[in-house]
Design a protein around this ligand. Structure first.
Ligand SMILES: [Fe+2]
Length: 285
C-alpha cells in the first residue's frame, strides 16, 4: 500500500494540540477556589528561579530580547502544549501520583483524543488494511490493588504509526487510526492486537525545534504506546509503555521513561510480537 509520507508541520501539529486544549474549559474551573496565597507563592517562586538564573549567568539584554521573541513564537505556533508536555509535565505527574500503590504512570503528552472507537475486551485497534509495522498481540488484566478484577474498566490506547506519526495530528491517516478503547468484562482480561509503534522526533520545525537546535539537544522519544486506564471508584492511570533496546530509552526528550513501564515482548515464529502487561488501579480514597 502507499503511505502518505507528508508529515505535518510543527505549526499545524502544535496548533491542533492548542485548539483541542482550548476547547476544554475545565482547567480554569478546576482551580477556581485556589487561595490567593498559593497563587502568590507559586508565581513568586517561579519568577524567583528566573531571576536567580539571570543573576547567576549574567543574562544579557540581547539574550533577554531573544527570549521574548522566542516566547511569542511558541504562542503563535501553538506550541505551548508541546513545550509544557515535553519539558514540564513529567514532574507534575511524579508529584500527582507519588502516593500510589498500584501501577506507575507517566505523562499524557499532547496527542490524546477522547472517545476512541470501542474494540471490546478482545479486539484489534482501528488500523488501515496492511498497516505497516510489526504486529503486536498484548494480553493483560486490570485489577484493583487488592487483586479484584475491575469489571467494566476501560483501557484507552493511542500510538503513532510506523512513520512515527499520530492520526488527527498529521496527514495521511484515517481519523481514528491506531486509537481504540478496550472495555473488560468481570474477569478484567483484555487482548489488544495492534502494531509496534516506532520512535519519533517531536516536531522540530517550530519554536521548540529552535530551542533543541540552539541548545544542541536531540528531539527523540523512544517507541511507546500511550494508555489511559479507568474504572469506577478508581484513580485514572495515564501511562506509556516502552520497548527494551530502544536507543532513546535512556535519554527521552520528554523524560517520561520509567523501568516499571518497560514491556518484555517475545518474538513469535510468525514474525509478530507477543507481550503481557497488567494494570493495577488505586481505589479513590
Ligand atoms: Fe507519544
Amino acid at each position: 500500500m502507499t503511505i502518505d509520507t507528508e508529515t505535518s508541520t510543527a505549526a499545524a501539529s502544535g496548533a491542533s494540540a492548542t485548539e483541542r486544549f482550548r476547547a476544554d474549559k475545565s482547567p480554569y474551573a478546576a482551580v477556581k477556589d485556589t487561595p490567593k496565597e498559593r497563587v502568590d507563592v507559586l508565581a513568586r517562586e517561579v519568577l524567583g528561579a528566573v531571576h536567580a538564573t539571570i543573576r547567576k549567568h549574567k543574562v544579557t539584554y540581547d539574550e533577554y530580547n531573544a527570549l521574548k521573541s522566542w516566547l511569542i513564537q511558541v504562542g503563535e505556533g501553538g506550541e505551548w502544549p508541546l513545550f509544557l508536555d515535553v519539558w514540564v509535565e513529567h514532574v507534575v505527574e511524579e508529584v500527582a501520583t507519588s502516593h500510589r500503590q498500584g501501577s506507575q504512570g507517566t505523562i499524557e503528552g499532547p496527542y490524546y483524543v477522547p472517545n476512541a472507537p470501542e474494540c471490546g475486551a478482545d479486539g484489534t485497534i482501528p488500523m488501515r488494511p496492511e498497516e505497516p509495522g510489526t504486529p503486536l498481540a498484548w494480553e493483560g488484566t486490570i485489577t484493583s490493588t487488592d487483586g479484584t478484577p475491575l469489571d467494566n474498566a476501560k483501557l484507552e490506547i493511542w500510538h503513532c504509526d510506523d512513520l512515527g506519526l499520530y492520526s488527527q495530528f498529521s496527514k495521511g491517516q484515517p481519523e481514528w487510526n491506531l486509537r481504540g478503547t478496550f472495555t473488560v468484562g468481570p474477569d478484567g482480561r483484555f487482548t489488544v492486537r495492534t502494531i509496534k509503534p516506532q520512535p519519533y522526533q517531536i516536531p522540530t520545525e517550530g519554536a521548540c525545534g529552535q530551542l533543541i537546535e540552539a541548545a544542541g539537544w536531540h528531539a527523540w522519544r523512544p517507541a511507546h504506546i500511550h494508555v489511559k486506564v479507568t474504572a469506577p471508584a478508581h484513580e485514572l492511570l495515564t501511562a506509556q509503555l516502552y520497548f527494551p533496546g530502544d536507543r532513546h530509552n535512556d535519554d527521552d526528550i520528554a523524560s517520561a521513561v520509567k523501568p516499571e513501564l518497560m514491556l518484555a515482548p517475545e518474538d513469535r515464529p510468525d514474525g509478530s510480537l507477543g507481550v503481557a502487561y497488567d494494570f493495577i488501579l488505586d481505589p479513590i480514597q
